[in-house]
Ligand binder design. Sequence first.
Ligand code: GRF
Length: 196
Amino acid sequence: MTVRTAILISGSGSNMETLVRSMTGDHPARPVLVLCNRPDVAGIERAAGLGVPVHVVDHRRFADKAAFEAALDARLRDYQTDLVCLAGFMRILSAGFVEKWPHRILNIHPSLLPKFRGLDTHARALAAGETEHGCTVHEVTPALDDGPILGQARLAVDPDETPEALAHRVLELEHRLYPAVLRRVAAGDRSPLQLD
Ligand code: GRF
């Protein structure tokens, strides 16, 4: 049974691309849909270039969050989605939405959760003098950047590096971690993966 996977993006879509490219051969999942909440970002062309159906569901064109999320939900169901991967998706999904997709929404966050939930994680990790940093794939629950951890990848922080340099190195880790975790989850294995 193929795990029909949708990917939600808001920007460049580099994580989306690595996920789409990973779902081949004997991988139990296949990409069926990309949704983007912004009309003017590179991830849209990236998805189209990969041959994945992509739709813009622009959050600014809806009267409220409930209407926006209803539109997301309708698209996901139109494509018979089994699993949802948030990949650089910058909208916070309500408890009501998340509860309609129990244990079926994954997210990648650029920190070693539970440290540094929220934004600007790299600058905060440097400011805190962290000796290591990295990224986390977790199940999405109603609480922000919370939920069961499915995988983490870590690296040693250079105290002299800029947040931008650290972000770039973490993004490279994300591109390794997310496909590895997706494959395990699609195969029914939700045990946490540690990539070092
Ligand atoms: C990156 O900063 C990444 O850390 C986070 O979302 C941002 C955009 O990633 N997950 P992408 O290139 O759109 O996947």
